[in-house]
Write a protein that binds this ligand. Structure first.
Ligand code: SF4
Length: 67
């Protein structure tokens, strides 16, 4: 699997996140559920396709990616 070698910025809108866990399942290297039950970025060095797929799968579109 290709790793993300460019620096990208991943932002999660915690107000929108409903803690469904979808992003953490699709891209566990990058997303995790925090103590508040909402998604957080633990590491930006993940597979870019997985990161994009996690962002697309988010039901409330809380994940933003800037390349
Ligand atoms: S997919 Fe979206 S709503 Fe679900 S945990 Fe991730 S950021 Fe939150």
């Amino acid at each position: 699997m290709k790793k993300n070698n460019k620096k990208i910025k991943i932002t999660i809108d915690k107000k929108k996140c409903i803690g469904c866990g979808s992003c953490t399942i699709l891209c566990p290297d990058v997303f995790e559920l925090g103590k508040d039950g909402k998604s957080q970025v633990k590491n930006t060095d993940g597979n870019i396709e997985e990161i994009k797929s996690a962002a697309e799968s988010c039901p409330v579109k809380a994940i933003k990616i800037e390349e």
